[in-house]
Ligand binder design. Structure first.
Ligand SMILES: CC(C)(COP(=O)(O)OP(=O)(O)OC[C@H]1O[C@@H](n2cnc3c(N)ncnc32)[C@H](O)[C@@H]1OP(=O)(O)O)[C@@H](O)C(=O)NCCC(=O)NCCS
Length: 174
């Protein structure tokens, strides 16, 4: 399975004051806090970790059918971080998810998968409003989870924030 999460960096800077007292401690484990504090770009690392947790949550929620708001229980390990990419792992109980993040000046986008051999075959990141075709194609199931109207066998993950939206699929969307 796959899960994704997108963060519009300008919107995040406006909406969330992650430097406020107690915020990091509430959301992030001590290891994660040390990634943030020791980074020359803490404002990027905060959102990389956040998006890793959200993308992994989307997979866990689908697999388990359960809901949770326990960000610290999704424990992130950053394996490599460069100017425009980051890779890592997210652990939740006995589950392990692999993550890949792309980073640019406008947004960052994380993809998680629960197996090495699973690859998203379709990725689309667009400005909100230019995704009308996708919006018509992707519907929600009873649990609110996105599915492709004409290809229910495809695993879809969707994310939107600020000016951007992203769609991932394990199948080529027709
Ligand atoms: C459900 C949740 C993951 C959605 O994330 P979000 O950042 O608010 O929103 P996104 O734009 O990334 O994703 C929304 C899309 O995800 C899909 N979605 C909704 N619920 C979903 C679920 N349980 N599993 C997978 N996908 C889901 C839908 O397609 C939705 O799009 P829609 O609103 O157009 O139908 C989030 O609200 C949540 O409950 N998180 C709690 C988990 C947690 O502990 N997070 C820690 C963060 S540090």
């Amino acid at each position: 399975m796959i899960g994704n999460d997108l963060v519009d960096l300008a919107a995040a800077a406006k909406e969330s004051n992650w430097r406020r007292k107690g915020y990091l401690q509430k959301i992030f484990t001590e290891t994660e806090q040390s990634y943030i504090i020791n980074s020359p770009k803490p404002e990027i690392v905060v959102w990389i970790l956040w998006s890793m947790k959200e993308a992994a949550y989307k997979i866990w929620n689908r697999e388990s059918g359960m809901r949770s708001f326990n960000p610290k229980a999704f424990e992130c390990q950053i394996c490599q971080i460069c100017e425009n990419t980051a890779t890592g792992k997210v652990y939740f109980g006995s589950a392990e998810y692999l993550s890949e993040t792309i980073i640019n000046t406008a947004f960052l986008h994380t993809t998680c998968r629960n197996h090495d051999y699973i690859k998203p075959l379709f990725t689309s990141i667009a400005c909100h409003g230019s995704d009308i075709e996708m919006r018509n194609h992707i519907i929600r199931d009873k649990a609110g989870i996105p599915i492709a109207a004409k290809q229910p066998e495809a695993f879809i993950s969707k994310s939107h924030h600020g000016m951007f939206c992203s769609y991932l699929s394990t199948f080529k969307l027709k």
